[in-house]
Structure formats: structure tokens, C-alpha cells
Design a protein around this ligand. Structure first.
Ligand code: HEM
Length: 169
């Protein structure tokens, strides 16, 4: 929401799509989602730039592992830096720019299939709430955009600094 408040043209584009497909002010149903590609692009771009679990859930290595010429010793704690993957300029063009349109030409599945975009993790410990999250996030954002107009007060510049807090387990 903060990213799109800073780029009102994204809000307008999404509201136009919602008005055409759902009808202005009407509630969004799950069945509408497949016909709201731009709303889905906004969600994917949010997952890329601001993954809610930037290091996934920490793993502990239970035996020595050889990976790309490195030995990861048994007992190591491994963090997967999903946040850094989303900022990697070798894959993403203008990674610091919030640009939902990039997904028009990028067919990336956020369900643990394409490792460039893994907001729910991947593999055996992938988020079990993935299906719910992928439905609820666009429905919530879309509902806010379809029912209200949003803008920043003219003198407010949101603080976009991110902080990482790690909870010990
Ligand atoms: C946009 C919404 C969500 C995102 C981005 C998200 C992301 C994640 C991530 C990255 C992990 C760690 C996966 C890994 O380490 O490989 C995780 C784990 C988990 N998530 Fe979610 N999640 C979301 C919604 C939900 C919801 C709605 C639920 C429950 C209803 C849920 C329940 C869980 C549980 C129980 C785990 C631990 C799984 C395990 O360790 O085996 N999540 N989630």
C-alpha cells in the first residue's frame, strides 16, 4: 500500500481494472482474481521487494553438505536470503524500483517453483498457508482500492527503511 501510494498512477491503473472487471465499489470474489492480472502483478512485486519472511525459516544442516564448491558443515544454521534474491540486478531490471508491469513479461510462479520469487519458501517446508495467502492478499488490497480513493497528504514522505528482527528459536 505504501509503495503504490508513492506512485498514484499504479492505484489508478488497478482501480480501472477493478471497475471494469468487478464494478466500482463492489466486493471482490475469489473467482474474479484470475481476471485481475494487474492486481496480481502488484502483489507479486510486493513479494519481490518486501518479502514478509526475508530469510525464510532458519534450517540446521544435519550432515556435511557440498554445494557449489563449498562445504556446509553439519550443525550449521542456514538462512535463505529471499530479500537479496529480490534485489539481485543480475535477474531483475531496476530492482530498486517498484514496477508491477515487469510481471507482464515475466511468467514467475511464486508457489516455490521459480527460485527468483519464493516469498513462501520452497520444498518440504514451504508455507502451508500459501493458497490462503495468495487469495487473501489480492482480495484485501483490491477491496481497499475498489472501495476508496487513497492519497498521501502532500507533505508526507513515508519512511521506507526496512529493519530485520530475528526471533531466536
Ligand atoms: C502472504 C502470506 C504469507 C506469506 C508470504 C508466508 C510466508 C511464509 C514463509 C516464507 C514461510 C517459511 C517457508 C520456508 O522456510 O521454506 C512460512 C511458513 C509457514 N507459514 Fe506462512 N506465509 C503466509 C501466510 C500464511 C498463512 C495464511 C498461514 C496459516 C493459515 C501460514 C502458516 C505458516 C506455517 C504454519 C509455516 C511453518 C511451516 C513449517 O515450518 O513447516 N502462512 N510462511
Amino acid at each position: 500500500m505504501t509503495e503504490i501510494l508513492r506512485q498514484p498512477e499504479i492505484i489508478k491503473k488497478s482501480q480501472a481494472e477493478l471497475a471494469q472487471i468487478v464494478g466500482k465499489g463492489k466486493p471482490i470474489e475469489e473467482v474474479d482474481l484470475s481476471r485481475l492480472p494487474y492486481l496480481q502483478f502488484i502483489i507479486k512485486e510486493t513479494f519481490r521487494m518486501h518479502p514478509p519472511s526475508p530469510f525464510l525459516v532458519p534450517r540446521r544442516v544435519d550432515q556435511d553438505v557440498e554445494l557449489c564448491d563449498y562445504i556446509i558443515p553439519k550443525g550449521s544454521r542456514v538462512l535463505v536470503n529471499v530479500w537479496a534474491i529480490g534485489q539481485d540486478s543480475t535477474f531483475w531490471e531496476d530492482p530498486l524500483v517498484f514496477k508491477p508491469e515487469r510481471f507482464q513479461s515475466l511468467e514467475l510462479d511464486p508457489r516455490g517453483k521459480d527460485f527468483e520469487l519464493i516469498p513462501f519458501g520452497a520444498g518440504r517446508r514451504i508455507c502451508p498457508g500459501l493458497a490462503l495467502g495468495l487469495r487473501m492478499a489480492p482480495i484485501m488490497l483490491g477491496s481497499m482500492l475498489n472501495s476508496f480513493n487513497w492519497k498521501l497528504e502532500s507533505d508526507i514522505e513515508p519512511d521506507m527503511e526496512e529493519k530485520f528482527i530475528q526471533l531466536e528459536t
